[in-house]
Design a protein around this ligand. Sequence first.
Ligand code: SF4
Length: 90
Amino acid sequence: MATSAKCPHFLKCPFFNNRMAAMPTVVEQLQRRYCNDDYRQCARYLVNQKFIQGYSPRDEKEASSLERDFDILFPNNIEKAEEIIHRLVK
Ligand code: SF4
């Protein structure tokens, strides 16, 4: 029997708490796919891990830009997550 686990960021994840109230069907699909099961594949989770590991933007301008991009990052947008991570770690 497969096991599933909820994402450790679920209760505080600003993406669902602040952004998606007008799209309940999309929320349900994304949460079922990512938050309630396969959270290690979530674009937001991947970027969060880099912050937790201590990576940070180089300067204030870059921090604002990354914050804006992260704020609107959808869980299924791995390509954008990889771009953000690339900017964080270089
Ligand atoms: S969107 Fe991603 S980071 Fe946020 S709770 Fe869901 S799986 Fe976790």
